[in-house]
Design a protein around this ligand. Structure first.
Ligand SMILES: [Zn+2]
Length: 142
């Protein structure tokens, strides 16, 4: 048996026993490990903090780390947004309609971006129309 210190994406820490490393890897890959606090399956081994003695401090480092990771993701997302805004034509909520027209050659081929409902996205997907969903959050700065 092996005891792992685990952390979820919401920075909850907990310990779990596994038969061996392979069991952990398999369960982790299958998303079978769930945070007992929030039910998140985004669980990873908590980073080792060998020279940190107290549990409180360990929690702080994990939270800081989680915040850093979140910041990195936000920066990447903002870069992606800029790229899209500079290179694609904004079509607003007519995205599904335009994507379909381009796909069927009814209108000039170009890169577009805009909003689509879940329903529209599902339909485009079923029709084999290529598009990507990116997280789009309101900008706080700039
Ligand atoms: Zn959690």
């Amino acid at each position: 048996m092996i005891l792992y210190q685990l952390a979820c994406t919401n920075a909850h820490q907990f310990e779990a026993w596994f038969r061996n490393i392979a069991t952990y890897d398999a369960q982790s890959a299958a998303g079978d490990i769930m945070c007992p606090f929030c039910g998140s399956t985004g669980v990873t081994k908590a980073p080792m903090a060998p020279n940190v003695a107290t549990g409180v401090y360990k929690g702080v480092t994990t939270e800081t780390r989680a915040r850093e990771v979140a910041e990195q993701i936000m920066r990447a997302v903002r870069r992606l947004h800029r790229h899209v805004e500079e290179n694609c034509e904004y079509v607003g909520d007519r995205f599904a309609e335009e994507a379909r027209s381009i796909h069927f050659g009814e209108t000039e081929e170009r890169d577009i971006y805009g909003e689509a409902t879940d329903q529209e996205a599902t339909e485009l997907d079923e029709e084999g129309i290529e598009f990507h969903r990116i997280p789009w959050t309101p900008r706080r700065d700039s």
